[in-house]
Design a protein around this ligand. Structure first.
Ligand SMILES: [Zn+2]
Length: 487
């Protein structure tokens, strides 16, 4: 009853500037509801989705992956609500989310007219602009197809990278424990993308760059117009998925970084989101809190393998590394493991801090600070490729965070957003040069992706959704202004 009442309160037409759609479980499956209509659906045993009923505008009714593929497509009709704004794979994405024992009772997908946390750019919902991350790969072991009108999923990244590394297939299971023969990771929800892989040309090294929150339309535009020459070079000699890597719900950082490093969906990996209420421990988990962030790996389910762990199962002596990455369990060298154990790299010189930094935005802490973090990530990456670890890394995962911060602060299609792409491209280029200096570039496959997309939001005040719920007698605990746990 409380759940029905909560849904009725939040989908009231007076809240449409703040609330687009709410998601919840029902006795028969799942339900998505907005002020304009609703969808009831179920997941069958074979994972296919069955529509049980619709009313009015189905908020998840447009599952096309080929919409909003340019900057103009995104900026025209920017505030379209779900149902008009496409939501690729939204029913499956919703169902896996509720597989978590810690999933809230009701999820609010904010309307794009709602300015969450004062941010100009946002992500987290099922809208394609928020879910779509770029995915580009090049080098030995990768089929060079140019820009293809196809998509993959963030959950496909880990199995594809594990295949590229030559990890032998094993008989494993999916994140719900159902057997899966011949998979690359012991627990695997995703699929290796065989159309991308050339089994006759194995790379000696695989390097993955994750540009957090990088909007793929802005990235492709920059690559085509001289704003991202290293990305353009990767596309030129590799394959880029124009329809992107579609993030799973919630289309947010910790959830999809973990999905990309493990091949397991957020509802099953142990890391549901950046923050959630742990029902068993009766406490809030907040992985954006620095102390919790650098030990986020401890939440990953014990039976799951990260790419690092799968590599070591196959090649115990291989070196794998990670910089500024949460899903670093099993890495031989990792920034966050170094931080957690007090063994950090030394401070940067002034010259290192300033390098590749667009000076126009130095007055903005969100730009300046994240530039410094990325300068550290660059320094750590060069350390990993200096030869000081004894062997050159077989697998490297390098995360850069400025694109996310600049996208939130300035918007994905702002001057600041373009500067973040330019700076990140230069940092990635310097790491590629370091690999070349070791004589290893020709034997190295390079993957570039992000964890989710970024949508510009309208000017406005963030809404308090707790008060109308309380006024209606719904006793609840609200997490991050979006996640309703009934009491
Ligand atoms: Zn992110």
């Amino acid at each position: 009853m409380s759940l029905d009442r909560a849904e009725a309160v939040l989908t009231d037409p007076t809240l449409t500037n703040e609330v687009d759609t709410v998601l919840r479980r029902t006795d028969h499956g799942y339900r998505a509801a907005s002020a304009r209509g609703s969808l009831d659906f179920a997941r069958r045993a074979d994972d296919s989705m069955e529509v049980l009923a619709t009313e009015g505008v189905n908020p998840l009714g447009n599952e096309r992956a080929d919409q909003r593929l340019s900057v103009a497509d995104e900026t025209d009709d920017a505030w379209a609500l779900l149902g008009d704004h496409a939501t690729p794979m939204a029913m499956a994405s919703t169902a896996q989310y509720f597989d978590s024992p810690h999933a809230p009772d009701l999820v609010v997908l904010h309307a794009p007219t709602h300015r969450f946390h004062g941010n100009v750019g946002e992500h987290g919902s099922l809208a394609t602009t928020q879910a779509r991350a770029p995915f580009i790969a090049a080098g030995p072991g990768v089929v060079a197809r140019g820009i293809v009108d196809e998509h993959l999923r963030t959950v496909d990244v880990a199995p594809t990278v594990a295949a590229l590394l030559g990890c032998a297939p094993v008989d494993g299971h999916d994140g719900l424990g159902r057997p899966r023969p011949r998979v690359r990771l012991r627990v695997q929800d995703g699929d290796e993308r065989t159309e991308l892989l050339d089994p006759d040309a194995r790379p000696d090294h695989v390097v993955l760059f994750n540009w957090d929150g990088c909007n793929p339309q802005a990235l492709h535009h920059a690559a085509a117009t001289g704003g991202a020459p290293n990305i353009a070079a990767l596309i030129e000699r590799g394959t880029s998925y124009r329809h992107g890597a579609i993030a799973a719900l919630p289309t947010a950082t910790l959830a999809n970084h973990t999905t990309e490093t493990t091949g397991v969906l957020p509802g099953r990996s142990g890391i549901l989101h950046n923050t959630w209420f742990d029902r068993g421990r009766d406490q809030l988990v907040d992985l954006l809190d620095f102390g919790q962030m650098i030990t986020a790996r401890d939440h990953i389910r014990a039976d799951i393998e990260t790419i690092h762990e799968a590599l070591h199962r196959n090649e115990p002596d291989a070196v794998s590394v990670a910089t500024y990455e949460y899903g670093d369990r099993g890495a031989d060298w990792s920034t966050y493991i170094q931080m957690a154990t007090g063994g950090r790299q030394g401070p940067l010189t002034d010259e290192e801090r300033r390098r590749h930094r667009t000076t126009d935005f130095m007055g903005v802490p969100d730009y300046r600070n994240y530039s410094v973090y990325d300068a550290h990530s660059l320094g750590d990456a060069k350390h990993c490729w200096s030869g000081d670890l004894g062997m050159l890394p077989r697998f490297s995962w390098f995360t850069l965070n400025l694109t996310d911060s600049a996208g939130h602060y300035g918007g994905p299609h702002s001057e600041m957003g373009r500067a973040a792409i330019r700076d990140s491209d230069a940092r990635m280029g310097e790491i590629i040069q370091a690999i070349e200096a070791r004589g290893a570039l020709e034997r190295t496959a390079i993957v570039m992706c992000a964890d989710h997309g970024m949508q510009a939001t309208a000017d406005g005040e963030p809404a308090d959704l707790s008060t109308p719920l309380r006024d209606a007698g719904v006793d609840h605990h609200m997490v991050d202004a979006q996640y309703v746990y009934l009491r």
